[in-house]
Ligand binder design. Structure first.
Ligand code: IMP
Ligand code: MG
Length: 182
């Protein structure tokens, strides 16, 4: 698995240091309000668990399972929600947590879906944001790291469901990504 990684972008200490800062900011911004966190699975699993343990606010956690990739390295643009019922976020202060902002399709679709339930406020936090032109513009309030437009894995992020358990975030070797797009 390690041999499939071209280079490490962020190791565990770097991730944790940045999450300390991000959690401090979120805690200050929500100051004593009760947060409703909506984590997008499975990619944000490690991120949300490390982030929430650093936020000393009353909060509740719901998870949504969303697919847009269908096992490939390029998004199809179609966002599929894997559950029939959605968390009731009416009048709540919602924070959506996702792993990576790429084309923007996923986060836009989730925002649209939840806006329909009329939350009191809605913000989004992502671990990674790729510097690129997005297919759909979407507001993100908290970004841990900005990265180039490369395919990355580890710390929750997968390629064809593998590599989520790597403790760091790394760039996947290009030939592996290219091989999946034939
Ligand atoms: P978007 O809908 O294109 O913004 O993509 C968001 C979703 O695509 C993320 O939640 C990830 O599941 C997946 N994704 C996008 N880029 C990467 C990557 O570099 N590595 C792993 N998954 C990615
Ligand atoms: Mg994902």
């Amino acid at each position: 698995m390690q041999g499939d990684i071209e280079r490490v972008l962020f190791d565990q200490p770097a991730i944790h240091k940045r999450l300390d800062e991000m959690a401090t900011q979120i805690t200050a911004d929500y100051c004593e309000r009760e947060l409703t966190v909506i984590a997008l699975l499975a990619g944000s699993l490690m991120f949300v668990s490390d982030l929430l343990r650093r936020i000393p606010l009353p909060l509740n956690l719901d998870c949504l399972s969303v697919v847009s990739y269908h096992g490939k390295a390029q998004t199809s643009g179609e966002v599929i929600f894997k559950q029939d019922s959605f968390p009731d976020v009416a009048d709540r202060d919602v924070l959506i947590v996702d792993d990576v902002l790429d084309t923007g399709h996923t986060l836009s679709a989730v925002r649209e879906k939840l806006e329909g339930v009329k939350p009191r406020s809605m913000r989004a936090a992502v671990l990674l944001s790729k510097k690129k032109q997005r297919a759909r513009e979407v507001d993100v309030d908290y970004v841990a790291f900005e990265i180039e437009d490369e395919f990355v894995v580890g710390y929750g992020l997968d390629f064809m469901e593998r590599y989520r358990n790597l403790p760091y975030i790394g760039v996947l070797r290009k030939e592996l990504v290219a091989g999946s797009q034939k």
